[in-house]
Design a protein around this ligand. Structure first.
Ligand code: FAD
Length: 375
């Protein structure tokens, strides 16, 4: 196995090779295989996986600068790093030996796992409408999902369905379902505003027979499996918001230095400097907030509220920063020739990915109210 690549070289891959491939990504809305192969070669998929499963075993705090660097490039690049380095966790924690055997393949880039929770017809969580009914050694799974990242190329789907209709915490069960299961329809025609190339799809299944050996975790443990992934993932996703915002600032600064109006670069104007200062302060605050949540996670402390706080702050931050960067670019920024045009669209996905701002507000407010000693 190769050595861990230096951070500078890692960043360079996203800012050169992934950037260069991006015209093709926009045209086809899919990931070119050579980008995926190069990502595997430089170890993108191994960063945090445990050493015994072919990973580098990086701690969360060691990993975050790498993820932030990946996020400075097109969204498709950071999505490769973010998803693979997160989705192994529930498989490792809840999986059987047979299921864990997928992990070395993920590390090498030879297996992709997608996370399938969201539904058009159900709410995420206990309100899911997908159902799985047991008959002997098989489950018969019916329902639909949508917006499933990497569904175009996933070999496995970590899919959550209701296994009783009690609407209780223990009414959900997780499965790790192979792509080629009979009756599994994967319709990769769900094209998004930004984040092109990340292969979103609708999934449909009706009485799809899934052997019990594909269950991930115990019956009724589905919510725990999903949250085990999502809690960690809030830290990871919040870090990618910092990386993308930093790129938006870098683009704004470069443009402000070269764009001359009325005989002077706009970077010399107080209004533009104010925008730059506000962007910088926002990004620094966001970076420190997420690194604090990461330290709690690493120390084995309860980090749920801190991760939701970081996500809530950072997704507002990346909205503000990309707005200001676009404004600094003037009308040119609104054209396809400017990187900020893509950055702006990619940033809007954060409002929804792995839970909306409104849901983070609920988590944070619940935490604050519980902690308060006021009568
Ligand atoms: C780029 C991208 C990638 C994604 N990747 C995946 C993936 O890989 N796997 C996957 O499963 N999903 C994925 N999703 C889906 C994403 O997780 C959901 O869009 C998100 O969780 C919101 O759910 P929803 O779309 O059903 O919104 P809805 O639940 O329909 O919400 C609509 C609005 O109502 C608000 N709302 C809903 N319920 C409540 C409530 N109880 N209280 C207050 N407000 C509420 C929401 O905040 C939102 O403003 C992805 C989405 C995007 C944009």
């Amino acid at each position: 196995m190769s050595q861990i690549i230096a951070l500078g070289k890692f960043r360079e891959f996203f800012l050169t090779e992934v950037e260069e491939a991006y015209a093709e990504v926009e045209r086809t809305d899919s990931l070119p295989d050579h980008v995926h192969r190069r990502a595997a070669e430089i170890g993108c998929y191994r960063l945090t996986l445990p050493v015994e499963y072919g990973g580098y075993g990086m701690s969360v705090t060691e990993y975050l600068p790498y993820l932030e660097a990946a996020a400075e490039g097109p969204g498709v690049g950071r999505m490769l790093v973010h998803t693979t380095n997160g989705i192994w966790r529930p498989i490792h924690n809840f999986g059987s030996e047979e299921q864990r055997a997928i992990l070395p393949k993920m590390a090498a880039g030879d297996a992709v796992v997608a996370f399938a929770l969201t539904e058009m017809t159900g709410g995420t969580g206990r309100d899911l409408k997908s159902v799985a009914r047991r008959d002997g050694d098989f489950w018969y799974v019916s329902g639909e999902k949508h917006l499933i990242t990497w569904a175009d190329r996933a070999d496995w789907f970590l899919l959550v369905a209701a296994t009783d209709e009690g609407g209780q915490k223990d009414s959900l069960t997780a499965f790790l379902i192979p792509r080629d299961t009979d009756g599994f329809e994967i319709d990769a025609t769900q094209h998004t505003m930004g984040l092109h190339g990340t292969g979103h799809a609708f999934l449909r299944y009706k009485d799809m027979a899934v052997a019990d050996k594909y269950r991930l975790g115990a019956v009724g443990q589905g919510l725990e499996v999903a949250l085990f992934f999502l809690d960690y993932s809030r830290v990871s996703l919040s870090t990618t918001m910092v990386g993308l915002a930093q790129r938006a600032l870098d683009e704004a600064v470069a443009f402000a230095k070269r764009r001359v109006t009325f005989g002077k670069p706009i970077a010399t104007r107080a209004q533009i400097q104010t925008h730059i200062a506000m962007m910088h302060a926002d990004i620094e605050a966001a970076r420190h907030l997420v690194r604090y949540a990461a330290r709690l996670c690493e120390d084995g402390k309860d980090f749920t509220a801190q991760a939701a706080t970081a996500k809530l702050f950072n997704l507002n931050m990346v909205g503000r920063v990309t707005d200001l960067s676009l404004r600094v670019h003037g009308g040119w920024g609104y054209t396809k020739a400017a990187a900020i045009e893509r950055i702006y669209r990619d940033a809007r996905g954060f409002w929804f990915e792995e839970g909306t701002a409104e849901i983070q507000q609920l988590v944070v407010a619940r935490h604050v109210l519980e902690q308060s000693s006021a009568a």
